[in-house]
Design a protein around this ligand. Structure first.
Ligand code: GDP
Length: 463
């Protein structure tokens, strides 16, 4: 029999260790499915002889886990009765002592009693199939598990609360309303339906387009916060790249000397600046050189510059700009770059007008004293647009979600072109329906089995 969500509930009862595969204070074996209580009852004996069937959901029993012959461990059996559980099925969680050996013996006993091993993400998958959570929420659970920084965790939590889903449903609602009005008018033109007002239609489509564009833009900012940004510190020798890197890393990391060209190798480090993890590489400058070792460094620096998501172009404010500085400026023309005008503690000699002409973001800093670090944080947030990211807002988390949002955006643009060029309203309806369908896939309400499989294949066993 199908459930409300249109899926057939599984008849199998699954089990896995749901805590990390490492020693810990306690470890949990989770059992979910129609026989959860019966199977748990075969391996768990409560101290006072009560069974899991006798107790209410959300209550626990204290007792022992055994494998039929010997006791394995003391345990608490926590009881959840369908549908009031994470998966929507009967669930029993056996909390034991955290040793891996013990956990594995308990799991083995649970399998011997009739459960089958849970696949990757299968608990969360069942929660989705039983209508307990949406697809985007399932994806954000995965993000919560792997979130690195505070901001990333907040965003993932917001996703878990359904912020993205709510936003998508709202956007979709506007489209559905427009499409419904269009079809009603096309089907019953003689009836009392007000004529389609192209201006109102256009306004709706423009609003939707702009909301989708914001979502897509924030995807990159969200990714920056989650995964870190490949950042290159570039500049000619002696401008203070290594000193800046050390300042950011908060420790002596690369070799700092007073002789030009000492940083031949690329040194890497990850620092969190504001909310954003930066994966920093300190490079050799890109100067013309005949030294074969330096040449390798310069070529590698150019390669790094091309790949970088963010370039911190460092200049020495106490010196005039030279050919090498200009070469760097021209090499990063198309990059997201911040001009870091260093050594602000020394009397200025730099042509700041030239810098202003080529960079939108300029920060004055003394890498030696740390003055200007806050301005640098702000500039990074500005360039990567992380400052406009409110984690409580719905944001796109995964490439899958982004692709669906893009498709919806393309359809809305098509619809707009159709409205503007005055072609038949049928064409507009078709495009709007395309957008609605892409958004239905985004939330998982119309996702194919292959999509669902692929989402859950990224989870680990036990989740
Ligand atoms: P790199 O070759 O670009 O990596 O430059 P370094 O970090 O090795 O710095 C070159 C020299 O400039 C060192 O003597 C640093 O102490 C000095 N330096 C770096 N930043 C500053 C700064 O903000 N103010 C002053 N006065 N000196 C600095």
């Amino acid at each position: 029999m199908k459930n409300n969500n249109g899926y057939t509930p599984s008849t199998k009862t699954i089990a896995a260790i749901s805590t990390p595969q490492a020693p810990g204070g306690i470890g949990i074996v989770r059992i979910s499915g129609p026989q959860a209580k019966e199977i748990a009852g075969k391996v768990f004996l409560s101290r006072h002889g009560k069974t899991l069937e006798e107790i209410n959901g959300y209550t626990a029993l204290y007792g022992r886990v055994h494998d039929g012959e010997t006791d394995i461990d003391e345990a608490i059996a926590l009881n959840f009765t369908a549908p009031a559980s994470f998966t929507g099925e009967d669930v029993v969680e056996l909390s034991c002592h955290g040793g891996l050996y013990i956990m594995r013996r308990v799991l083995k006993a649970v399998f011997a009693a009739g459960a089958v091993p849970a696949g990757p993400g299968e608990f969360t998958r069942r929660a989705f199939l039983n209508g307990k959570i949406g697809l985007t929420e399932a994806e954000s659970i995965m993000q919560i598990i792997s979130a690195q920084g505070e901001q990333a965790a907040k965003a993932a939590l917001a996703g878990h609360d359904g912020a993205l889903e709510k936003k998508i449903i709202r956007i979709r609602g506007m489209l559905i309303e427009a499409a419904a009005h269009l079809s009603a008018w096309a089907d019953y033109p003689e009836d009392d339906i007000p004529e389609v007002n192209p201006e109102i239609l256009e306004t709706t489509l423009l609003t939707v387009k702009s909301e989708i564009e914001t979502l897509l833009r924030q995807f990159d900012a969200g990714r920056a916060i989650r995964e870190g940004v490949a950042t290159v510190i570039a500049g000619r020798p002696n401008v203070g790249k290594s000193t800046l890197m050390n300042l950011l890393a908060g420790c002596e990391r690369s070799i700092v000397t007073e002789y030009a060209g000492t940083t031949r190798d690329i040194v890497e480090d990850t620092v969190i600046l504001g909310d954003v993890p930066l994966c920093l590489s300190d490079t050799a400058g890109i100067h013309i050189t005949n030294d074969p070792v330096e040449k390798i460094g310069v070529d590698r620096a150019r390669g790094k510059l091309r790949e970088a998501q963010l370039v911190l172009a460092v200049f020495d404010s106490s010196q005039e700009l030279n050919e090498e500085d200009r070469e760097l400026i021209s090499a990063i023309r198309d990059s997201s770059a911040i001009a870091v005008v260093n050594k602000s503690d020394l009397p200025p000699a730099i042509d700041i007008k030239y810098i202003k002409k080529h960079f939108q973001q300029i920060v004055y800093i003394s890498a030696l004293s740390g003055d200007g670090l806050q301005e640098m944080r702000d500039a990074v947030a500005e360039v990567l647009r992380t400052s406009e990211l409110n984690p409580a807002d719905g944001i796109l988390f995964t490439e899958r979600q982004r692709d669906d949002a893009r498709r919806a955006g393309d359809c809305v643009r098509e619809a707009l072109t159709a409205v503007e060029s005055g072609v038949t309203l049928d064409a507009v309806t078709v495009s709007i329906e395309g957008a609605v369908s892409a958004l239905l896939e985004l939330t998982g309400e119309r996702a194919s089995e292959a999509v669902v499989d692929s989402v859950f294949s990224h989870f680990c066993v036990g989740k």
